[in-house]
Design a protein around this ligand. Structure first.
Ligand SMILES: Cc1ncc(COP(=O)(O)O)c(C=O)c1O
Length: 392
């Protein structure tokens, strides 16, 4: 069976995983390692990214009675709505920019009102948003919560995403830059909310032993079957098992201690490899940026992007289908990611066509793998496929 590259994967190869787990004795905890990686502040480990956002919003809601609105991008992980709604808060959507591929800062300033509790800029695909610029745009009228679920390792002005705003959260879920199948974190840079966050965090239930064990087994199995030498065969099965239904809830607990030890043993290994995402993203950008009929994101200045996936907008939908098919023939998995914008997934009092750029995005987006198992040869193959299909 020919090799096949999964769209998401660890940045290290599978045989490195057991060695790293076995030699983990005496290493620092995951919490300490993430705190050091982000460079400042205090980190709290949670069951998932949405649980971390829930904790943050709960504390902010209690501290700001009367403020009810939370602004998120109109094209992002649709589940971002879940923690907001669970707290009885209102989701407000901001359209995305077809230039930066992230939330459109110019449109955002018009959406902020006296009712805005928080703005959640998402570093989509790993592309860092200019948080300092965002602060200026909203002029202190709302709290900024950075969502770095897809951007662990990205930097702007020498600072890691997750350390740009006073408060941020991220994910260690399946398909994330550093993944242990489930898990998340909250990072706090300012002492202002620490007492309240400490209290909320202390009230979280512990994660059950059985579910921690299940997650570790899932991560190991996923890492094994997505090896390029096996994925050609195993994807025949995993594609059938993929859930097509929308996430309806999320687990709300602290990250289990045993699972956190497992993750802590792998974090150092990941740190040695994640920069391949930055290199692969630069190579893809250089190969694709001047091609007609597609758009790639602008590179924010002074940034290094640890791409979660590399996003491309393909104008002609027939060409997009052909590209995906031809990439698959060449052993490279690509994906449309979220197939509808947030307002088309949930009933949020928006009409179709209200957020035109997010709608264009959902239809025309094609994402390419950037993880550490992607080689320069595969990137050349991707470039050749694009050249052939787009007729250059
Ligand atoms: C942008 C974004 N934010 C938040 C999350 C939530 O992370 P988790 O699945 O760990 O709850 C995700 C996960 O897909 C995401 O992509």
């Amino acid at each position: 069976m020919a090799k096949k590259l999964c769209i998401v994967n660890n940045d290290f190869s599978f045989p490195e995983l057991p060695g790293s787990l076995l030699s983990s004795g005496g290493k620092r905890t995951l919490q300490e390692q993430v705190e050091e990686f982000l460079g400042s502040g205090r980190c709290y480990l949670t069951s998932c990214g949405f649980a971390a956002l829930y904790l943050i919003l709960k504390v902010l809601k209690e501290a700001n009675p009367g403020k009810t609105d939370v602004i998120i991008p109109a094209y992002t992980a649709p589940g971002l709505v879940l923690p907001i709604r669970k707290l009885g808060l209102t989701v407000v959507l901001c359209d995305v920019s077809l230039a930066t591929f992230t939330m459109d800062t110019a449109r955002l300033s018009r959406l902020v009102t006296d009712k805005t509790l928080a703005v959640v800029p998402v570093h989509m695909f790993g592309i860092p948003m200019d948080i300092a610029g965002l602060h200026k745009a909203i002029g202190g009228r709302a709290i900024i919560i950075e969502d770095c679920a897809q951007s662990l390792g990205s930097e702007i002005d020498g600072k890691k995403t997750g350390s740009l705003a006073d408060i941020s959260f991220g994910s260690f879920g399946r398909g994330k830059n550093f993944s242990v199948y489930h898990g998340g974190f909250l990072a706090l840079r300012s002492p202002a909310l620490q007492r309240e966050i400490d209290a909320q965090y202390a009230s979280l239930p512990a994660c059950l032993f059985g579910s921690q064990l299940k997650t570790m087994v899932q991560h190991s199995v996923f890492s094994f079957i997505t090896q390029p030498s096996l994925y050609g065969l195993s994807s025949l099965l995993t594609n059938r098992l993929k859930s097509k239904s929308e996430q309806q809830d999320f687990s709300l607990s602290a990250m289990g201690k045993m699972h956190a030890r497992y993750a802590g043993a792998l974090f150092g290994l990941w740190c040695r490899h994640y920069r391949k995402r930055i290199e692969n993203g630069q190579r893809l950008h250089a190969r694709l940026r001047d091609m007609q009929g597609i758009w790639v994101p602008e590179y924010p200045s002074r940034s290094e992007i640890a791409f979660n996936r590399f996003p491309v907008l393909v104008d002609d939908l027939n060409a997009k289908t052909k590209l995906m098919r031809e990439l698959a023939v060449n052993g490279i998995e690509s994906s449309s990611m979220y197939e509808a914008p947030v307002h088309c997934k949930w009933d949020l009092d928006y009409n179709p066509k209200d957020l035109p750029d997010a709608e264009y995005f959902a239809e025309h987006l094609l994402t390419l793998p950037t993880h550490g198992l992607v080689t320069e040869k595969m990137i050349n193959t991707i470039g050749e496929v694009f050249q052939r299909i787009l007729g250059h």
